[in-house]
Design a binder for this molecule. Structure first.
Ligand code: MN
Length: 742
């Protein structure tokens, strides 16, 4: 094998070429030392990876060089980060040690490479992804560059995912859309986020992805002509009125993922989506004239095209908390179509595309307190909470700190606080100070008393009233949405439970001591037997008499120094109970579709088709090992899939259909249309049963003023049959839309 692995002469040229290409992309200034370090990093990486190849067959070193190039070119990172990117897989995959890296370069480089290595090793083990995410965030607060390089690494892996086996593609895509895309959004790396989501969709939903891509290509000419028609009068007027300002105007296509989202959420076909692009006007003006000139341009835009006032968004006066600044408006363009126009400066544009990284460059120019510092503070707060459970943490964090827009409110002194949209008065109290939250008894908004769960609105002024004797309770958890408030309430309650459980603990330990059994072992066993999540819960239940000591010792007795379950003969389940169980599952299997799971015939596994997405033969699918219901087969684009794969990637197995089967599948369709007479139901059912020869499992229809909406459950053999059915129904004159429910 060695001679195959050896790097060939022509490959050496390829590698050198890639490296020179990387050097050309570096925009930041490099000292003589930087240049030496960079060269050394390159040579070390080439040497260290010389025996490795990627799945695609190319020399492994091409990967770190590509990652370094993304860091330099697309994020605009400086020499240290580029050096670290070249070395990012060296410690993980080769004999080179961290010690050697520290000796050769410096502490900083070693630290970042160490962070990257730790992140990687976390991913390779079968630990739940929630725990990994926590690691990602810990490295983020230490040195942001670790996460930025990790993003570049992930982006390159996603771009070259084609060579990977299918089930790995799905797993990586899920993790990317669950963790990296939202994080890119939060860090303002907008172009990364878009590319992540598009690449994920290409893998999880190739049919719709390529479908939209094709339609975009087909309509490109028409769209470009329209954009020209829109821009021409605008350009002319801008030149007349602001001749001294140089600006670029262009149409910017929306991503395939966002178009697909619109089709899904608005339930309209592709042809009815008009905002397939936005018009962007980017001004080259000095910092102190930015706001004034952006508004002047706005005024010119709205002179040429009529604006829709409620669509005006001013993120220049109040930037988004990920740093985004821009002025957005929607106007009515030629042919009466709505067109979004984004007005911003070069600086704002760079921040919008590169977020965090560009932000550094403009740090001195910031009007407000650094938006990222504030966000990092909140991340640190959550990370420092020793009680928070990784999965809870990830859920909260994703929901509140990554995606949402925010609401701007004020303290009684007039200081502005930014909270995620949907945050409550109680969230506000916790955001100011933990003690203020703990002891909060009443809250006034704009001088009126409100419930603690009151949802904050922009501009609210909030005053918190406290009482020393107040403390959090279970109900509070429902009144907050921020991760910080939730984790603080949870840990206060856990502490309370622990305190209350002390009596239970003493009573149990006394009893166990009398029985002369190993106390720790016995408690461990009881926690498991009663399925408590912790010792604290066991003690608490005993303390509150929910589980009494005498009850426990009806079930357990001492056996030597151990606790053993008392087994009564007649209670033992007789063996034969197993028998019908097996028979039934065998019988069920006869009706089951033919599948391969991890390459083996599915009959060997206990599996069912997931009812959340009802996969049909021909759908892209995967198998998921559930905790107690065997394997479930889901569609790759099932709404639950991302969550499952991202959190429990190690339980995902490859599944594929085998060709022949007589089995049928349930597919749910939603049909809407115009109710033009009493015959609609008959026509639909006739079309389905007589013409398409399909069985209907259930059919419900409701109508209102000439419009009807029907839900049909069909039994089909595969996706081809389903698609024919959808097409046929769509062609009926009274039907306007047919959509398969996810
Ligand atoms: Mn890598």
């Amino acid at each position: 094998m060695a001679e195959v692995l050896e790097i060939q002469e022509d490959e050496k040229k390829l590698i050198q070429h890639a490296y020179r290409d990387l050097l050309r992309c570096i925009k930041s200034k490099m000292t003589a030392q930087d240049q030496i370090d960079l060269r050394n990093a390159y040579e070390l990486a080439v040497e260290a990876h010389s025996q490795q190849r990627r799945k695609s067959g190319e020399p492994y070193i091409m990967h770190p060089i590509a990652v370094a190039k993304i860091c330099a070119e697309e994020i605009g990172l400086g020499p240290t980060a580029i050096i670290c990117a070249l070395l990012h897989d060296v410690v993980e995959d080769t004999d080179v040690t961290l010690y050697e890296i520290r000796e050769m370069f410096n502490d900083r480089v070693a630290k970042i490479v160490d962070g990257l290595t730790k992140l990687d090793s976390a991913y390779n083990r079968t630990s739940p992804q929630a725990e990994n995410f926590r690691k990602v965030l810990s490295t983020l607060v230490e040195d942001v560059r670790v996460v930025l390089i990790k993003m570049a690494d992930r982006l390159h892996n996603m771009r070259t995912l084609g060579a990977m086996p299918r089930h790995k593609q799905l797993k990586i895509a899920a993790e990317t859309s669950y963790i990296y895309a939202p994080l890119a959004h939060r860090l303002g790396l907008y172009s990364f986020k878009i590319e992540f989501l598009d690449l994920c969709m290409k893998i999880t939903d190739p049919e719709n992805y390529y479908g939209i891509a094709k339609k975009l290509a087909q309509t490109k000419k028409e769209r470009q002509a329209y954009i020209q028609e829109f821009i021409a009068p605008l350009s002319k007027k801008l030149n007349e009125e602001l001749p001294e300002v140089s600006c670029k105007i262009y149409g910017r296509p929306k991503s395939i993922y966002s178009i697909w989202n619109k089709i899904k959420t608005k339930k309209v076909p592709f042809d009815e989506i008009y905002d397939l692009f936005a018009i962007r006007i980017v001004l080259d003006v000095p910092f102190n004239k930015e706001k004034l000139l952006c508004w002047q341009v706005y005024s010119i835009v709205t002179d040429v095209h009529t604006p829709i006032p409620e669509r005006l968004k001013d993120w220049i006066t109040t930037p988004k908390s990920n740093g985004y600044e821009s002025l957005h408006t929607t106007v009515i363009g030629p042919k009466g179509r709505y067109v979004e126009v984004q007005i911003r400066t070069d600086r704002m544009n760079e921040i919008a595309e590169r977020g965090f990284a560009a932000h550094w460059k403009y740090k001195g120019l910031n009007k407000q307190r650094d938006v990222y510092e504030r966000w990092l503070d909140s991340v640190r707060d959550i990370l420092e909470d020793p009680n928070s459970d990784a999965v809870e943490f990830l859920g909260d964090f994703r929901a509140n700190n990554l995606f949402n827009e925010e609401v701007y409110v004020y303290t009684p002194k007039g200081d502005m606080q930014i909270l995620p949209l949907g945050a409550t008065a109680l969230d506000f109290a916790f955001s100011i100070h933990t003690d203020l939250g703990y002891h909060c008894t009443a809250i006034k908004v704009n001088n009126k008393l409100v419930p603690m769960g009151y949802k904050l609105k922009n501009g609210d002024q909030i005053q918190v009233v406290t009482n020393k004797n107040q403390k959090p309770n279970e109900a509070w958890l429902k009144m907050v949405i921020t991760g910080k408030a939730k984790s603080k309430i949870r840990s206060a309650m856990k502490e309370e439970r622990r305190r209350e459980g002390l009596i239970g603990r003493e009573a149990l330990e006394r009893k166990l001591k009398n029985m002369k059994v190993d106390i720790d072992h016995a408690i461990e066993m009881l926690v498991k037997y009663y399925k408590f999540s912790s010792h604290v819960d066991l003690f608490y239940e005993i303390a509150t008499d929910a589980l009494t000591i005498s009850e426990i010792f009806k079930t357990f007795r001492a056996d030597g120094n151990q606790l053993a379950e008392i087994v009564e003969e007649e209670v033992v389940k007789p063996e034969p109970v197993q028998e019908p169980e097996v028979k039934r599952s065998r019988k069920k299997n006869d009706l089951k579709p033919r599948l391969l799971i991890n390459g083996e015939p599915a009959e060997r596994f206990d599996y069912t088709l997931a009812s959340c997405c009802n996969p049909v033969q021909g759908d892209q699918i995967f198998a998921f090992l559930t905790a107690n219901a065997g394997l479930k087969i889901h569609r790759a684009n099932c709404p639950n899939a991302t969550n499952l794969m991202a959190n429990y990637g190690y339980r995902v197995m490859k599944a594929e259909w085998t060709n022949t089967t007589n089995t049928t599948f349930v597919a749910d369709l939603k049909i809407t249309g115009v109710d033009d007479g009493p015959g609609v139901i008959e026509r639909l059912t006739k079309e389905i049963s007589s013409n398409l020869k399909l069985n209907i499992r259930s059919f419900s229809i409701s109508g209102d003023e000439g419009y009807f909406e029907g839900l049909i459950s069909l039994l089909v053999a595969n996706t081809d049959q389903l698609n024919v059915a959808i097409q046929t129904l769509q062609n009926l004159s009274s039907v306007s839309t047919v959509t398969r429910l996810e």
